[in-house]
Design a protein around this ligand. Structure first.
Ligand SMILES: Cc1cc2nc3c(=O)[nH]c(=O)nc-3n(C[C@H](O)[C@H](O)[C@H](O)COP(=O)(O)O)c2cc1C
Length: 197
């Protein structure tokens, strides 16, 4: 058995495990694979950074016009997965995403380094890029445009929050006798059960 003190509230469990991953120095403990599905039912996956809980939802920030943004527009079901090597743990969260409010997006954007803020204006995320030099030239023009000014949050940039419907805590064990603890959302509570590894 894991010895982990599971609580009824899966968010509490997640935050405890996440904190432990950070304390133990797992690199990029806040990196999660985000899977989306497009309008033609084709999946795609990429890493994004978890940016904390917003109104009870797992948040991340991105360009709304990129591939994942278009996928989400067509299908709001997503799945994210954290993998914390060395601790041999993963946590998978399935759910539905919603955009964060404009105020939430702007508040987070304001905390980003200036370079990243300028980058958000420069990048037409997921679009075909002619050349790196054109990208660099665009960056320079944007830098000039916002010279001596605060960089505002682009209208096409912001956050999403995932409303979890299922959360799985996976603990790796010797002999592949892994332990899987599932929390499934019910109208007013969470149903908990195990799965074979
Ligand atoms: C460690 C790591 C963290 C990343 N974090 C983010 C992020 O928080 N938001 C984001 O939009 N892209 C992030 N990216 C880039 C994405 O993986 C991806 O390339 C980009 O969002 C475009 O994805 P899309 O074309 O599927 O929309 C990160 C990549 C890595 C490797």
């Amino acid at each position: 058995m894991t010895g982990f003190d599971f609580k009824k509230d899966p968010f509490e469990n997640f935050l405890t495990l996440y904190k432990e991953a950070q304390i133990k120095g797992i690199p990029d403990a806040h990196a999660m694979s985000l899977a989306t599905v497009n309008k033609d039912h084709k999946p795609s996956v990429r890493i994004v950074y978890f940016k904390g809980m917003i109104r009870g939802g797992f948040s991340f920030f991105t360009n709304y016009n990129g591939r994942k943004g278009h996928d989400i527009e067509a299908n709001s079901n997503v799945s994210v997965n954290f993998f914390w090597p060395h601790l041999d743990r993963q946590v998978r969260i399935d759910g539905v995403v919603q955009k964060t409010t404009r105020e939430e997006s702007e508040a987070y954007f304001a905390t980003r380094p200036r370079l990243s803020q300028l980058g958000a204006w420069t990048s037409d995320q997921s679009e075909v890029l002619e050349s790196f030099s054109s990208f660099q030239a665009k960056f320079t023009a944007i830098e000039e445009k916002f010279k001596d000014q605060k960089v505002p949050c682009p209208p096409h940039w912001g956050g999403y929050r995932i409303e979890a419907s299922e959360i799985e805590f996976w603990f790796g064990k010797n002999g592949r006798l892994h332990e899987r603890y599932i929390y499934q959302k019910q109208p007013t509570s969470w149903k908990t059960f195990l799965r074979f590894p």
